[in-house]
Design a protein around this ligand. Sequence first.
Ligand SMILES: [Fe+2]
Ligand SMILES: [Fe+2]
Length: 458
Amino acid sequence: MNPNNVYAGHSSEIVPTANLRVCRKERRVLTAYLGTCVGVILLDPVNQVSGLYHILLGRSNLQGHVSNELIYAESGLPLFVGEMLKNGADRENLQAVIAGGGFVGHATVNDFSLNIGGQTADHVHRFLEKEQISIIYSETGGYFNCSLTLNCFDQSFQVEPIGREFAELSVKPETLTKDEILHQIQRIKPIPQVALKIIDMINTEKASLKQIASEIRQEQVLAARVLNLCNSSFYSPGYPIDSIDRGIVLLGERRIMLLALSIITEMYFGHQSAGYSMVKGGMFIHAFQMAVTSEKIASMSGQVSRETAYTAGLLHDIGKVVLDQHMVKNQTYFYRNVYNGNKTLLEAEDELFGTTHVSTGKLLAESWHLPESLRDVIAYHHTPQLARHTPELTYIIYIADLIISRFQVGLEFDRISATPLTRALDVLGLGRDSLPEIIEFIPQNPEKFFQNSRESNS
Ligand SMILES: [Fe+2]
Ligand SMILES: [Fe+2]
């Protein structure tokens, strides 16, 4: 649901994962998009204070320091209650609404063992019971992504399946011919040489780091954006970084190369909010979250270099760039068909467009002469059992994509089958207990620091 359409005269805000908002009576609408995450609303109808909290996991699996307490129900819910009281609520008036924690998509054996959302919802229930906060509405579990919306003015709330706004009738898209797809690929700007050199360096270790660094220095816009990212809260070592050379000393040559590649990738995914992106820049946010999460899985598994996994995470969905214009035009029909038909993304693309983003990605990767390992990832990240060259890398990208599609709902459109999950974990030598550690590592709100870096360059 788009809150802008429904609540005229109200400002609207999306509450991202591991975030909460509390309001007194004001014309404001808060929405959380939930897959396996759990959303909680607290209301004090007497003092007219209300809030919405978007929870990632039940409790921390990490030993020691927790970087963001709002990730977990266990540490975040007491903060949420505290924030309500600070804003004028009385503890004895509090009421709760819970939603999310779904399996999402086709339910398979793997979905049930991946029932992390159910565990988070259990944590929330136990906390509310202990605090004697009554639950006035609960809609958890199920197989669909949903939105949880709170109107802070009258304290009304809604839980709705995502995709309801695509209910209107529209015309079935024309399937694309082979010529149209090739024409579209030709229109895409060729990948810059410096990006190919970075990819080559990561894959073969042949290209010279020094030479690449000097090329980044010469590309002034690129260099400035890299510096901004180096100084963002995400990467900053605590000292100002005012030149690429200093960035190399403080963060390492490889990190600088990966940041440059991230910025080049952003150029392809753009900032639009239609098509595959469901919010402004959604496709790139997904690519960046994928890069960081894939790097983490590679380091846990030890079978693939971290840099290779980061690069593959950035580029795995590059085929969506080829189809995005077609998707923009046919978005309503497409989304309606997928949500109502409960299809995977590949099934829906194949049926409605006559091709898939993995097929167009493979063609684009070939035309860019990307290495075999990356072509494999681009072609098989939804069906990793078919990968031929580097199955371990493709399984890493598959796991990251599966998890992100369920915990970072509402950014970009995807729906991935959980069937190959058992095999993926086996190939990588990872247990099921490693999943929460990976989920905790997904960067929350990366759009914020990319946005800052864009603004300071405009
Ligand atoms: Fe994909
Ligand atoms: Fe993806």
